[in-house]
Each structure stands twice: as C-alpha cells, then as structure tokens.
Design a protein around this ligand. Sequence first.
Ligand code: ADP
Ligand code: MG
Length: 701
Amino acid sequence: MIQDLLNTPIEFLKGVGPKRADLLKKDAGIFVFSDLLEFFPFRYVDRSKFYTASQIEADMPYVQLRGFIKGMELHGVPRTTRITATFLDSTGRIQLVWFNGLRWIKNAFDPKVEYIVFGKPSLFNNKINIVHPEIEPVTPGALNQQSAMQAVYNSSEKLKQQGLDSRGISKLLRVLLPQISEVIPETLPDRLLQGMRLPARKLAFQHIHFPSSTDELNKVVLRFKFEELFYLQLSLLRYKLVRSEKSGGFVFASLGDFFNGFYHNHLPFQLTDAQKRVLREIRRDTLSGKQMNRLLQGDVGSGKTVVALLSMLMALDNGFQACFMAPTEILAVQHQRSLERMLAPLQASIGLLTGSTTARQRKEMLHNLKQGALRIIIGTHALIEDGVEFHKLGLVVIDEQHRFGVAQRAALWTKGKVPPHILVMTATPIPRTLAMTIYGDLDVSVINELPPGRKPIKTMLMNDSSRLRLFAFMREQIALGRQVYVVYPLINESEALDLKDLTDGYESIVREFPLPQYAVSIVHGKMKPTDKDYEMQRFVQGQTQIMVATTVIEVGIDVPNASIMVIESAERFGLSQLHQLRGRVGRGGDQSYCILMSSHKLTNDGRKRLDAMVRTNDGFEIAETDLQLRGPGDLQGTQQSGILELKIANLAKDEQIIKIARDRAREILEQDPELKNAENQIAANRMKALFKDKLFWSQIS
Ligand code: ADP
Ligand code: MG
C-alpha cells in the first residue's frame, strides 16, 4: 500500500498532465512520486532579496531583479542563432540571452509588464548578461511566495517551456509532499539515527525542499549525504566480504629458489622500507587462503615494478603462473625487457602477448601457457581475449589500473574456479575519499617513499617568449650527457591539428638541434607500432638525445638518463596527466627539470593547475587539488565508474562523512554480516532496493 502510493506514476500528480509527465520522465528521470521526492535541489537562493541592474557583477551567483524586458532581437545564422533582450530598471540595463527554445521566447514578454528575472550573471563580449533566465510577472502572489531560502532545481529548456522551471518544480513538490508525507518510510536503522542525531526521513524531505533556516537545512543535508554514502559503503564492504568468503584463494605456502635466489643474489638495489612493507602485505594475503584483491598506489618512480616482480616469483615458487598486464604495447614491451633482464640468471622464460604478436607466435605461446611451460606472461589486454588459457594462473598484476575497468577485472577472476590473486598498481594517486569509494572493495597498499638519492624535480613555468632560453638550456643539459622529452598534447589522436603542432614542433627542434651533433626521435599514436618501438628504443639506448612525443609516453616509460621534460601547451593537460609526465624524469641521480610551456592566455583553472605543479611534487597533494578543481566526475579513470553517480554527496567535499559512513557500515557488518538481525532489517531491505539492478552487485544475494 505504502509502496503503491510512492510508486504512483507522475502523471497522476495534480498539475502534471501527459505532456509534462513525458518531459519529466525524459529530461529529469522522474517517473513516479518518489522520484520527484528525491529530486534534490542543487542549491538555495535568497528569493526575498532583489538586486538592481547597477549592482550586478559577472561573477555573482544567482541574482534576482525586478524590471522590464524590451527589444527582443534574433541574431546569427542558422545553427548558431540566439535571442537577446534588454532588461532594464531605474538603475541600468542588462542583456538577457537565449540559445534554445527561440520560437517560444520571442513573443513571451510584454514590454509594459514588470517582471521578476532570476538567473546567473556571466560575461560575454565584455558585457554582463544572464543566459536563460527564469522570468515571471510581478504579482502580489509571486512576491509573497519569495522565501529567504528557496530551493533551485535543475531543469531543461523543454521543461521550462512547459512551466517546469525551478519554481514550477517547487510548486509540484508543494502539492506532492502533504499527499505522501504519511507514507514516507524510514530507510536508516534507528540506532544510526539516534546515535548521530539525524532527522527522520519524513521530516528531512520536507526540510530539504522547503527549509526555513540554514541550521535546519544543514541537518537534513547531512542526513541525506550520510545515507547515500552509508549504503554505498555498506554494499562495497558487503561485496568484499562475500567475495572473500565465497572464493577461496591459492596459498603460496613457501618461498623458494625463484624468490630467494633473486632477492638475495640479483636484486639490483636495496628495497625501500615502503617496498618491503608492501611485500609483507602481499605475502600475508597470499598465505591467507583467500583471494587477494589489492590496489598498490605509489607515486611515479616509487618502484612498483620490482614489487610486482617479486610477487610473481612468489607465485612461481609455488608452482603457479603469473601474468602482468600493461595498458599499452610500448609499456608491455618495456616491462618484458626489463623483467627478462632482471630474471636472466634465474632462467625464467617470459612471454609477451600483444596486438602485434604474430599468429604463429601466439599459437605457440598459448600452447606453452596451457601446458604450463611458460611461467610468466606479459601483455596488453590481448591477455584477456578468448583462447588465452593458463595451466595454473596464480597471480595477475595489472599496471596502471585506471585504464582497466571492473568488468575486465571480473573477466580474469572467472577464468579459473579458484580466482587468481590480483594486484592492481597505479601511479595516479587517488585521493583517499575516492580510493574508499571507487576501490572500496579492494585492500589498499601505498608506497609513500621514493628510492634514496632522488633529487626533487624542479618545475618551471615558461611561455613562448622564453623559447630561446629553453633551447639554450636543453643544449647545456645535452652537453652534460642528459636526454630530453618534449611532449605535445594530443587529446584525441585523430585530431589533425594536434598532429600538425607536433610535427611543426619536431621540425623546429630538428632545425635547432641538427645532425650530426644531435639526433631527435619522434613518437605519436599515428605511427605503426614497429616504428614507434624503433624510435623508443633509439631513445632508450641513448642514440637520440631528444624525444618529441605525444602522451603515448605518459605512463611507465623508464629512461633514467632523461632529465628534462618539456611539456608544450601545458595548460591543455589535466593535472594528474601533467604529474604523470613529470614522473618520466627524475629517475636517475641527476637533477631533473620539468618545464611547462603555456600560452599567454590562461583560464583561471589552467593557472591553478600549473601553479600546483610548480608548488609541489607530491602526487597525493596533486590528486587532491585535481579533485577540488574538477570534481570527481572528470578525474582520470573514474568516468566509467557508475559508483560516482551520487545524488547529493560530494566526494571532493565530504571526506569526513565518507569516513564515518564507512566506519558505521563496517561496525554493522562485523556484528551482523548477513544483515539478519531485526534492528538491521531496514538496512537489508534498503540494500536490496538500491542495488537490485546493478550487475556489479549481482553476486550479493
Ligand atoms: P613506478 O613505480 O613508477 O612503476 P619503477 O618501478 O619503474 O617505478 O621504478 C622506477 C625506477 O626506480 C626504476 O629505474 C627502478 O629500477 C628504480 N628503483 C626501484 N626501486 C628502487 C630502490 N629501492 N632503490 C633504487 N632504485 C629503485
Ligand atoms: Mg610503472
């Protein structure tokens, strides 16, 4: 009965006809009463306050004005048309602009009527304007309804045309709330509500849509944020629990000739304390009898590869095979070569499987893999294609995880009955709040220490007017025997323009650094893999001093002798990408430099990103800044993660709440892993309702 009322199709709400219902479904995802109830405002404004035209500045948040609308004008050629109008009051005028819904707007306003105009000021052609304002005539009723904290809802142009702008949606909620408030169920266990002094859900909906004080609002916002994060954490932790209970794990009982032989006789350096700690964590996991699912975070150059290698040797010592997956062909090749070099004395054969492996090689390799003759295989995602079968796969290492999604990880697990241990490694530091959510079902290890003797990279910001100085500096460093990267943005590898920048840049470098004294390599995504590889190798072996490249060199490439990283149009890169690129230098004992070339015109965000790069070398600080600047949705590797479609919580801002939510969820699962106790019934039901149609969660049942 209760569910029935909340699940009533939205067209049955008074004030919503078939046409509006259609749009609410299409544009706002509102199908039934409860969807509207949970359509949270995205901000609140003081609608009792009016500004005058002369007070408006371009960077103000939402403002409200009272005055007249005149001079509607249609501009532009088809496809880029817009309508402008002039808003005026006794103090001045402001331009109003519309880009869509032009036909409807054109005759919508009467020049003799006074209107309330509401919207966000912005700057265009150096003039202040308001794009797509909300407008309604001044009437006593309209003025009475103005509250000091009115909810603002996202709305689409089409909804607005149907009168469902923010104000219209608010009106619907005013109709809906009294009808259903009696049947709104509580969705948090009583103990949590009491313990955290959170308002009941019924009240919370009333207050979030129609708050009467900031205090009241803060309380209900906290409740909804907590609730959202709590169920996210509960499901992640529950998933982790189920997985570790269900799937046993291989036991790597002893260490033998592979591990010990390498560790004691062939390790080219002393491990750092952090590397040793992580190895102990992996050792513990692989002894536990449960499947390891571990995320290894370590800044660029922190030495993750050798940790991966030693872990693979643990597997080999116990009769298992290991596989190492890299995001690109170049990296796979590089890993294969360096591991083969390190393992040469141990006589462990290492296979390499990528897109350019010939059919014959592939066939032979797959045969050996299935027979167990091949113990270690390195490759790209070619490794998870059909036909790749292992004799006894014990460990999978995934380098630079952010390019592999959860689905791909899952594909690996399902190959054998007992899933292999999984170690995912990333050099893209993830702010802790994100790690707790996106990777909330993994255990996390961190290498928070660089190998000794590294000098911090010096980062400088330059622009075109200092190019001659840059060239002189490059010459100086090359004379000292160093090598230089010059990287161009190529956001989309098919963009002809970017490619032209790169080849122009290459040509000017070749002019400045001519043969026979200098040699320059070039690598970009449009080249054949064999050509790329050839050029890479020339640089790796020191036959060329300069590598002009696109971001294909972004991850993992290791050339200790390279000490200068020049990044062209640096403002076009994301922060974590810049940090990745910078990590390509500073790998040997020499002082290294990162030079960010930027254009003169920088956006605010662009400036902040580059400043952050100059300010710090700390990957976690960079990641945190990136999160604050861009929000979680745009961070590398998070796009595919549906987990981030949060309704109200904000991973960039709500770290504290995330922690509390995770702790509470853990406490509950420790006492009642199956959520069977009466007091947890509410939570159990809510989990089912929330995650019933997510494939990712389907293993829970
Ligand atoms: P990343 O964590 O970025 O993958 P790598 O594994 O490529 O880093 O290591 C970077 C460089 O540091 C390599 O040249 C590697 O040989 C070296 N290295 C790794 N660990 C140590 C260590 N403990 N002492 C000295 N050098 C090390
Ligand atoms: Mg690496």
